[in-house]
Design a protein around this ligand. Sequence first.
Ligand code: 475
Length: 800
Amino acid sequence: MFSSQEEFKEAYLKKLEMTSGKAFPDTTLQDRYDTLGQLIREYISMNWIQTNEQYRYQKQKQVYYLSIEFLLGRLLRQNLMNLGIYELVEEGLGDLGIDLKDMEDVEQDAALGNGGLGRLAACFLDSMASMDLPGHGYGIRYKHGLFEQKIVNGYQMELPEQWLRHGYVWEVRKPDLMMQIPFWGRIESSEKDGVTSFRHVDAEIVAAVPYDLPVVGYGTTTVNTLRLWNAEPYAYKAGRDMMKYKRDTEAITEFLYPDDTQDEGKVLRLKQQYFLVSASIRTILESYLSRHGDLTNLHEHVAIHINDTHPVLAIPEMMRVLIDEYGMDWDSAWGVTTKTFAYTNHTTLSEALERWLVRIFQPLLPRIYMIIDEINERFCRDLWDAYPGEWGRIEGMAIIAHGEVKMAHLAIAGSHSVNGVAKIHTNILKEREMNLFYQYFPGKFNSKTNGITHRRWLLNSNPPLASLIQSAIGDAWIKDPSRLSELESFTADSAFLENLHKAKQLNKKRLADRILQTNGIVVDPDSIFDIQIKRLHAYKRQLLNILHILHLFNRCQENPDADIPSRTFIFGAKASPGYYYAKKIIKLIHSVADLVNDHPAVKGRIKVVFLENYRVSLAEEIIPAADVSQQISTASKEASGTGNMKFMMNGALTLGTLDGANIEIQEQVGDENIFIFGLRAEEVMKQQQDGSYYSMEYYHHDERIKKMLDQLIDGSLPDAGDHFETIYDSLLAENDEFFVLRDFDSYAKAHERVASAYRDQESWLRMSLINIARSGYFSSDRTIAEYAREIWRIGGVGLR
Ligand code: 475
């Protein structure tokens, strides 16, 4: 292929002219990017083939991670870095007058996910490949990923995302591995030798065509596979409308559902889910049978993980295939199935708990429904034996009840492992949300604190810091992130701290340039960069942040000489298109920004910036520039959070509640190196239960709160219209479900502590360094090592 800069240049030029049909000087940036991508993919392919061969012949246990979302972002830089050829390519292109950075910016993010859940899946793929684990992803190739956000006049507009417009260089279409997926139709049964068998007839068949993406590990020859399924027409029934069939078929993989924990009950969503799992499960079983003969030992060679309940139909689908296609009896099939599957829960918000109306479910997936019905009957019978006469308890655990299929109940009953994503989250599942199940299956429940790949989120996205780290402790941390702890010996080294400061300033300057370019706002790189980037959701409380900014503004107005340090507040957030409340908050952020940014009383000390179209590649630019990381969810609501870990790893200090993984960050860094405020989870849950919280009292007794809430509706805010009345009402008339007013005072005080800590730069830098040095625990390499050992039970994985 190529092993030197010269060989690379030669191969590249030749390929570029051949594929574009143009002379080099006439080629566009897109041509150049496509060719580079193709060349790198070819470079990868030898290891890819070899990895697959090895998995086939060595018969290692394979892990399959099923997820309706994979939020990959860009791949060029990651692939070059993981292959260890970034510099070679950068210099080679440089000789040709091409800037590799420009090429990286040509790549569209693969935004096949909404937020945390989808990005976690992507981090896991990187860790599995980098740790030489045979772990593969199965997902959907949405034609349009998460919508593109435009802000017009402070309002969010959504445009269809177009990542496939110029083709996608990293994928390989494999039409020969197509699967047929049946929907609708009827089930016919027949008896033979006392055994009943079932046939799905009159079904509509959809083709699932796989597109494979290579998942390149860092510093290894392992290349795993992410297989994304595309829905295509297969054969339509005589008498049906061909055009309609084609449209209905292609609709299955047309759009990613843009809901992050919002309730959605559409039949198309159910179709997506079954489409994904049916194609995947049958492929997994076929591949298994080509390596091993006997299905009864399946669980010793295959582990299947379901990422939240979205792929839970994989469980009845596996039962269907084992029984209907391979003739296994029910009990053996159930034994194998439950030993193969493991399930992760990502949220306790009740609106995200999936339930399907039987009348929607049954006609679409008649055989799967029959199987779930049977699973439910047997499960309830077992429950009856364990809890005779306890109707209420059994009803609360049933898989089908009140005309609905409860997907989480199916997931728990059908898996050998159920895990939460941070300690507090798992405890809440065990003690509250899933308490009945925990009582019945205590051994299934376990906790796996989330992680992030430090390769993308530090090595690749923060070159100034990465090279500083390398100059101090070498590069062993890239393979073993726990070794970041070696940085602690530099906490008293003022030259090192000075360099840490320089690296941060470089990143802040870069972000300031971008803000000027995209928003036309001048921000001071010496101000505190205080950042909240995540999906817009009431429980994440962007509202608390923006109200506090309004309060700071009020302070400036009341006392123009108040000693307020310069701060730049940066937001990035997409609201689900149908989530009107969240959209009002976006408008409020813009309205406050308009009020504050150039106001004479503020004297430039507060800037508010909303960066539109927040996405993975933008996060990679923002996070390295952060001083303060806002993680301010109402305690008990954020299962884990993963942005919090990315900020910590890049030296930002957390301003947060005792929620999700913030608690574990605090455990790592100690109280002195984090800013904690607000009610604790138990307090929130108690006050929710006993109804002892009255938000109105806070309005009447805290002048700051009264003033800013009145400002929402009295015309103080630019272009307010009557937009903010909904927000006002949610805080007062509706008693402030997320305890924004309750936590305000504590939050404002925490901000004071941040401001005064920042004044002592040397001590701030020391705190920052301690955060970086102790972030190794939050690498997804650690998370994956735990999954591998404790859930998937694949050997040879040391916990690092
Ligand atoms: C949690 N997404 C974070 C993260 O574990 C946590 C729900 C329904 C449909 C589509 N997407 C979703 C989520 O529930 C989600 O992203 N949950 C998040 O998972 C990873 O760190 O606290 O909110």
